[in-house]
Design a protein around this ligand. Structure first.
Ligand SMILES: [Zn+2]
Length: 216
């Protein structure tokens, strides 16, 4: 899943009002931040196959460290402890840990039999990505709910908070639709760079927006 992960972070703002927008967007993407690094270094394996699943060309052959449930629990602990050390926000740390693990559940819904429970276990996935309309409906629907909850839980104190936030939401939703229905990247390397660059740009924008959108 892609957009649905951001949706969970946005939806969590009322639960963790002290947590910043970048923290709420990073937590549900920790596994997908680790994944490009592991694939680029050959620790995990993936390749692209056009038409593999209707909504995704990704063949995820081996990803025990970024995407097994056991390691997701470990990443959640690492995130929570790091976040707690930086912010002393206990509530945010617990919510953040839940967001890290929620990534595994959402990928299990979207992916097709490539999500391990632990390294070497059988692999699972419900295969939402087999359907383009299903993928668009579920992920856009989740994102709309998450964006509405975040908007309601915060208030704008400046132009970036007022206009930058809906701008970022539109870019994310539009980029997701384009990536889902458009031509896939030419190679797995191009895709890794795209994923990593997207996450860096989104977090950068979130830092600026967060300064002008405090919790209500
Ligand atoms: Zn993932």
């Amino acid at each position: 899943m892609f957009l649905g992960h951001f949706a969970t972070g946005l939806a969590a703002k009322p639960l963790a009002p002290r947590a910043s927008l970048p923290a709420l967007l990073i937590a549900p993407q920790v596994l997908d931040l680790a994944w490009p690094v592991f694939v680029a270094t050959g620790v995990e394996r993936a390749h692209l196959e056009r038409g593999h699943l209707a909504a995704s060309p990704l063949v995820l052959e081996h990803m025990p460290y970024s995407h097994s449930l056991l390691f997701a629990l470990g990443w959640a602990l690492v995130f929570a402890l790091g976040y707690l050390a930086l912010t002393r926000d206990r509530r945010g740390a617990v919510v953040g840990a839940a967001l890290v693990v929620a990534h595994w559940l959402l990928d299990w819904i979207a992916h097709d039999h490539d999500m391990p429970l632990w390294p070497g276990s059988a692999r699972y996935g419900l295969g939402l990505w087999r359907s383009v309309p299903g993928t668009l409906a579920v992920e856009l629907g989740m994102f709309a709910i998450g964006a509405a909850l975040y908007t309601r839980a915060t208030r704008a104190t400046g132009p970036i908070g007022r206009w930058g936030w809906p701008g970022l939401a539109l870019v994310l939703a539009g980029g997701f639709v384009a990536a889902t229905v458009g031509t896939p990247p030419s190679s797995i390397d191009a895709l890794l760079v795209t994923v990593a660059a997207t996450l860096v740009v989104v977090v950068g924008a979130a830092v600026a927006i967060d300064r002008q959108r405090p919790a209500r």
